[in-house]
Design a protein around this ligand. Structure first.
Ligand code: AHG
Ligand code: MN
Ligand code: MN
Length: 366
């Protein structure tokens, strides 16, 4: 029963055989997988583990921290700091990058992670996850904050774990996106979903519609067309999902297609989106692209966004290629004013949503 199964270690040795940094990268991913197993054990205990609920302090972004946010953060740090593989780490739960203690050797990678994604779901026993991104640090010096601010296209590897009915690890080293399932009795991740491929078309969308009144017109246009179903522009019925764990939404999309949106909205003009670029959008963007999908801000590829801050937020629209391209077209038509053919350009109102207006709102110019 166990013979012929591809374990994570075997897979990494084979995938990274020709890779110039293959041995170190493989070893780092195995360390990340060890942290994932520890977090899987904690989440699986539920109320019996005493891990549920919030802690007193708030995280770097003023959000309430769950006990599991803190414990998952510690699990990743402890698993990855000692091996001489990373030069530094950065986490959603820490304001500034984590420095590798002097007693350990520094390595050539930077690990950026969201220890527990969807943590509002921990207390209600709904799937949560861990997201990670691996970047290079060629320098012999300890990394400064700037060293972390690399765009997503420079990621060496990316992945997530999902703690659902089964724990899975989904990762890419730039050669496709592959899924592994944790065999709890044996303690190994087994390759169960090689070469994931997202269908180009879909009839399933995921968005938090409670934010509808804050959306930009191109997003509202797309969602309204989906909701109109057979009788509308799209000529077919759509289905909707919202789990409030991006990892779970992305996993569903990798398994059967779909589209996920946390777009730019007007709710808080200082925030250009809900999700964070460095440890949510970039790693997931790489996984989606490696599976043949597209990951966009609505106005360009997520992996091309130049980061200015560690905890920077970004609009996210990702999933089945044809649908993401359609939403990008709606943004382009809106920005050009061509989505309103009956309004003369002379009288075209200057919308609060236009990029120049948004930049002014966010204090970026003018
Ligand atoms: P985190 O738990 O790491 O802060 O991330 C939660 C994110 C993401 O997973 C999810 O899609 C989104 O926040 C949910 O936001 P709403 O509560 O606005 O639906
Ligand atoms: Mn998150
Ligand atoms: Mn989180």
């Amino acid at each position: 029963m166990y013979s012929g199964r591809t374990t994570l270690s075997k897979f990494l040795i084979e995938q990274l055989r020709e890779h110039p940094e293959g041995a170190d990268l493989g070893a780092l991913l195995v360390d990340v997988a060890a942290a994932v197993k520890a977090i899987a054990a904690m989440t699986a205990k539920g109320a019996l583990g005493g891990f549920l609920g919030a802690v007193e302090q708030r995280n770097s972004q003023g959000e309430t921290q769950k006990k599991l946010d803190v414990l998952a953060n510690e699990a990743v740090i402890q698993s990855c700091e000692w091996g001489g593989l990373v030069a530094g780490m950065a986490s959603e739960e820490l304001e500034a990058p984590y420095e590798i203690p002097a007693e350990f050797r520094r390595g050539r990678f930077l690990l950026v992670f969201d220890p527990l994604d969807g943590s509002s779901n921990t207390d209600v026993n709904v799937s949560v996850g861990t997201i990670f991104s691996v970047l290079r640090h060629a320098d012999a010096q300890a990394p400064t904050l700037d060293a972390f601010l690399q765009q997503g296209s420079r990621q060496v590897a990316a992945g997530y774990a999902i703690y659902g009915p089964a724990t899975m690890l989904v990762l890419t080293v730039g050669r496709g996106t592959h899924g592994f399932t944790l065999d709890r009795e044996v303690g190994n991740f087994i390759l169960t979903h090689p070469d994931l491929a997202i269908p180009e078309e879909t009839s399933e969308f995921a968005i938090n519609t409670s934010n509808e009144r804050w959306w930009e017109p191109p997003v509202a246009r797309y969602v309204n067309e989906c909701k109109a179903g057979k009788s509308g522009e799209r000529g077919r019925d759509f289905n909707m999902r919202w789990i409030a764990s991006m990892v779970a939404e992305v996993h569903r999309i990798l398994m059967r297609g779909g589209i996920f949106m946390y777009p730019r909205d007007r709710k808080d003009p200082a925030k250009p989106g809900r999700l964070r670029l460095m440890y949510e959008a970039n790693p997931v963007g790489m996984l989606i692209e490696q599976a043949g999908g597209r990951a966009s801000t609505g106005r360009g590829r997520i992996l091309d966004v130049p980061p200015a801050e560690l905890h920077q937020r970004v609009p996210v629209i990702l999933g089945s290629r044809c649908e993401v391209e359609r939403i990008e077209r709606y943004h382009a038509e809106f920005d050009a004013g061509t989505d309103r053919p009956f309004v003369s350009p002379l009288f075209n109102e200057r919308s609060l949503f236009r990029p120049e207006a948004l930049a002014v709102n966010a204090g970026l110019n003018g």
